[in-house]
Design a binder for this molecule. Structure first.
Ligand code: FE2
Length: 272
């Protein structure tokens, strides 16, 4: 799930249309779409061993995702319900913040039921079903990650637009682009990284800056959604996500607003 509110952000609407289920609740995709899933998952399954954290890899095992077809959402929900009480919810390609936060607060992870076209195989801005399921759903089997994601939804629902913009940075540097230090070395848990082969290599390589996770720093760090990240924040333990659900996170948001954003480490989006 990336930035979704096209109206609020002034972005052009998505060219993608989420698939509706038939009368039996089954969502049909074309052969080309199933083949796109197969190419994406087979490529990325080779990337994640030794790079994704153990909790993610265990989640993938539990999900046992099909290789040769796009899974139906109920297949994912049945595993998530059993593990952490989460499920996935079918949504249109773009949804507003209210809907997004409301679903998360209800332990429902929004998934737009479309997959990228072959022309956008390596990068698309909108989060498609491969990003949502392969990127995020394995981690939603982990209680700390699952609880934090719900907390983010609850806080987002009650937050002002400005507070939401700060909260979104915390989500970005954890759920989407978080790294984890383990006894075996640096690992990935963020779904924005794990659904991209390029960023899976880059995030663990020499180029980006990596800092120990600090909630105030994450809230204050600007990001761009259309580039690989110049900065990542590294947890020492996924339990830190659980701890974030137990503190007064909004007091940190207010402090972050008082102090303001850090200088961006990237050029403005429309720079020549
Ligand atoms: Fe995402």
């Amino acid at each position: 799930m990336k930035q979704k509110d096209s109206q609020a952000s002034g972005k052009k609407p998505s060219k993608y249309i989420a698939r509706e289920p038939d009368a039996q609740g089954y969502i049909h995709y074309t052969d080309v779409e199933h083949e796109t899933w197969q190419r994406l998952i087979e490529r990325q399954l080779k990337m994640v061993p030794g790079r994704a954290c153990d909790e993610y890899l265990r989640g993938l095992e539990l999900l046992d995702l099909p290789r040769d077809r796009i899974p139906q959402l109920e297949e994912i929900s049945s595993v998530l319900r059993r593990e952490t009480g989460w499920e996935v919810a079918r949504v249109p390609a773009l949804i507003g913040f209210e809907t997004f936060f409301g679903l998360l607060a209800d332990r429902k992870f929004p998934v737009a039921t479309f997959i990228r076209t072959p022309e956008e195989f390596d990068y698309l801005q909108e989060p498609d079903i491969f990003h949502e399921i392969f990127g995020h759903c394995a981690m939603l089997t982990n209680p700390a990650f699952a609880n934090f994601t719900q907390k983010y939804g609850q806080l987002g629902l009650a937050a002002s637009p400005k507070e939401r913009a700060y909260l979104a940075r915390l989500y970005w540097f954890t759920v989407e682009f978080g790294l984890l230090q383990t006894s075996d070395g640096l690992r990935i848990y963020g779904g924005g990284i794990l659904s991209s082969p390029k960023e899976t290599l880059y995030a663990l390589g020499d180029e980006p800056d990596r800092y120990d996770f600090d909630v105030l720093d994450a809230l204050r760090t600007p990001y761009r959604i259309d580039i690989v990240q110049p900065i990542y924040y590294v947890l020492n333990d996924l339990q830190q996500l659980q701890e974030l659900t137990e503190i007064d996170l909004m007091s940190h948001v207010r402090e972050a607003i008082d102090r303001g954003l850090f200088e961006p480490r990237f050029p403005p989006k429309n720079a020549a």
